[in-house]
Structures are given as C-alpha cells and as structure tokens.
Ligand binder design. Structure first.
Ligand code: PLP
Length: 387
C-alpha cells in the first residue's frame, strides 16, 4: 500500500466539525437538533458586503491579486487597526490570507521544528496544538483557570519560558471560554518578555470586536516594545459573519513579511479576489450591522449564562467576549465527553466537550451562543429535563 509521512499522525483536528457532522446527520434523519456547537455567527453577511463581492466579479476581478493581498485592502486593514487600537501599522506588514487559520499554520511552520518549544493556551483553540505538533516542536501548554475567568496569568506563561521557547500563542477574547485578559496582565507579560528577546508572540485577536459589559479590547499592537516580534492575527470571519468567504489577515514583523509571502505563494497564490473586495467594503463601509450583531450576542450571552447557572450541577462564569459560554458540568456527575454525547443523542442539543480544547477542559462543555434566544431557551429547557 501507500507509504505516508509520519508527520501526518501528529496533525490534530477541530472536533467542532465532527460534532457538526453528527448533528447534521441526526437532523437529516428527522431529529430536531439545536446547534450550540459550531462557532460561527448565525447571521448572514451584511448585504452591502455581499454586494461588493458580487460587483467585483461583475467588474472583472477574476485574476490573481498580489500574494499578500490587494493594496487597497491592506491599507483599509491598517486604517482600521489605527482607528480601533490607536496603533500605527505599515500596510506593507499586513498579509491577507484565506481566514484566521493559515496564519497559525504558517507561524507554526516558520518557528516550529524538533528541539523548539511553542506555548499555547489550555483550554484553547485546538488548531494551535495541532500545528505545533505537526511542526515537530514541543507544544507547551499554559493553563487557564475558571477562578480567574480564564484570563491568562502572565507569571504562569513567563515561568514556562526556556531557552528553546520560540513563540507564545495568546488569544483574548478566547475560544472556547470567552475569557478576556485584563490590561495589567498583558502589561506584566510584555514587561517580562524584555528578558527573553528571542521569543515571538502570536496574538490571535479574531474576537477583538466581541467584548461585553463595557470591556475594552487590549491589543498586543499597543505595545511598541514587542512590535518587532509580534504577529497580530485578526480577520473578517466572526466580526462580519463571513466564515465561508475565507478571508483573514495578520500584521507581521517587517523581517518576516518575505517569508510569509513565500509561504502564501507556495500554498494558495493569493486569496479569492472577490472576497478581498468584499473585505474592503466591510472595513470601509457602515458598521451598524456589526453593532447590531454584537448587541444580539450580548442579549443571548445573558440568557445562556443565567439559564446554565440555573441547571442542577452546572455553573458558568461570565464570559467577557467572543460568543462562547464554558460551563462547568462536574456537579452533574458526567464527564465532558459523556455530556456531549448524551446532550446530543438524548436531548438533541449540540455542544462541545471541553476536552476537545485541552486537558484543562475536563469537566466543561462549550456552548456557542451564536444562535437565536428561542433556540438557546429551548436547548436549556431540554438539558434541564435530561438532568
Ligand atoms: N482563531 C480562533 C480563536 C477561532 O476560534 C477561530 C475559529 O473558530 C479562528 C481563529 C479561525 O477562523 P477562520 O475561520 O477565519 O479560519
């Protein structure tokens, strides 16, 4: 038979897609499934953005664009980052890629190899550990705790740095917990990194527009002392409800731009031209649709957190951002995997076992509240009956 590379065995996956497939199979068989599993906005892309994509196709934008993205799009990204974070960004350091994930993959390939260490949050987005493992580097988790609202602890991160550490992955607001790291903690981390000039930072800020309760987003772009080793990841998928368009970007240190551009040329040549034009419209057009979606997420957040806390054996800390509630289900006597399976098979509610996001996720279940209030209420009623 065929002989495959051993590295393939190290590549992980995202269980949200497996649970989605099972939920869809049950639904196709006639079951009424409430899906609080998948992490994508349930809203359509705002119409003026769709229109810009369609217009780009009609206007003949059918060919390759520059590998790092259309200049007008990279300029719009730089202007947006300046407006939102007060940071000066050179459009030449913005590299547009097909979604949020390619930046993780490319950073993993750029820094990771046997002998190197890369740090990642646990619980965290599963693709971080997957790409680190794939690169051959040692994946070093730093734990996030319920008691601190799943914010990272700068001391815990700094304490895990060794001479082999090359990259630290940060994510706030976070998947799967909705945790938001306060500014003092980021200040402490950046101050500590002064002693480790070889360590780069990948800050995944894909949920930077999704903060609640008057919280402000703290961007790593606001720390000039680490700009020469910061990779800032953001994109359109969550903010503009554009997960299927495959559009994202990162701001790279100037020294790394030629390397990531070569990775783009080797991998995908450039991002779909029409999607890039839609991306310009998203950033430069009216933002009221985004504001409306964020208000809806906030209302849903309040409903799901109070309903979860009213379930027997369940408690849930207040998530400050993103659209996830990470509920502690230890009091139900079920493991995370068992709860995931029983909620789906017996109650028709899709949610994701916390263990899909790391060892620290044992005893937790991630609920995405990117669904209607009615669906959330129905899911909570069904789980209440099951419990
Ligand atoms: N980063 C985090 C923390 C995410 O939760 C996700 C999607 O779930 C992504 C990045 C990937 O986004 P995209 O679909 O744009 O690749």
């Amino acid at each position: 038979g065929m002989i495959l590379a051993q590295s393939l065995a190290r590549l992980g996956t995202e269980s949200a897609f497996t649970v989605l497939a099972r939920a869809q199979a049950l639904a196709a068989g006639g079951r009424d499934i409430v899906n609080l599993g998948i992490g994508q906005p349930d809203f359509p892309t705002p119409p003026h953005i769709v229109e810009a994509g369609v217009r780009a196709l009609r206007d003949g934008h059918h060919g390759y664009t520059p590998a790092n993205g259309i200049p007008a799009l990279r300029e719009a990204v730089a202007a947006d980052l300046h407006a939102r974070h007060g940071a000066e960004v050179d459009p030449g350091c913005v590299v547009v890629v097909p979604g949020g994930k390619p930046t993780m993959f490319f950073a993993g390939l750029m820094f990771g190899e046997p002998g190197a260490e890369i740090m990642y949050p646990d619980p965290g987005f599963p693709i971080y550990k997957s790409v680190i493992d794939y690169s051959g580097a040692r994946a070093v988790p730093y734990p996030l705790h319920e008691e601190t609202g799943f914010a990272f602890d700068a001391e815990a991160v700094l304490a895990r740095i060794t001479p082999a550490t090359r990259l630290i992955i940060l994510n706030s607001p976070a998947n799967p917990t909705g945790g938001v790291t306060p500014r003092e903690e980021v200040d402490r981390l950046v101050a500590g990194l002064a002693d480790h000039p070889q360590v780069a930072v990948l800050s995944d800020e894909i949920y930077s527009r999704m903060l609640y309760g008057g919280r402000d987003h703290v961007s790593l772009l606001q720390y000039p002392e680490i700009r020469d080793r910061l990779i800032l990841l953001d994109g359109w998928s969550k903010t503009y409800a554009m997960t299927g368009w495959r559009l994202g970007y990162a701001v790279w240190p100037e020294s790394l731009v030629p390397h990531v551009t070569r990775l783009c040329i080797n991998d995908h040549s450039c991002v779909n031209a029409a999607a890039q034009h839609a991306g310009i419209a998203a950033l430069t057009g009216p933002q009221d649709a985004v504001d409306g979606m964020m208000r809806a997420f906030d209302a849903r957040r309040r409903v799901i957190v109070s309903r979860l806390n009213a379930l027997p054996g369940v408690r849930c800390t207040d998530p400050g951002g993103a659209f996830y509630a990470f509920a502690n289900i230890q009091g139900t006597g079920m493991s995370a995997g068992e709860a995931q399976d029983r909620f789906l098979e017996e109650a028709g509610v899709a949610a994701i076992a916390g263990t899909s996001f790391g060892v620290e996720g044992a005893g937790f279940l991630r609920f995405s509240y990117a669904n209607s209030i009615e669906a959330i209420e129905e899911a909570m009623t069904r789980i209440g009956a099951l419990l």
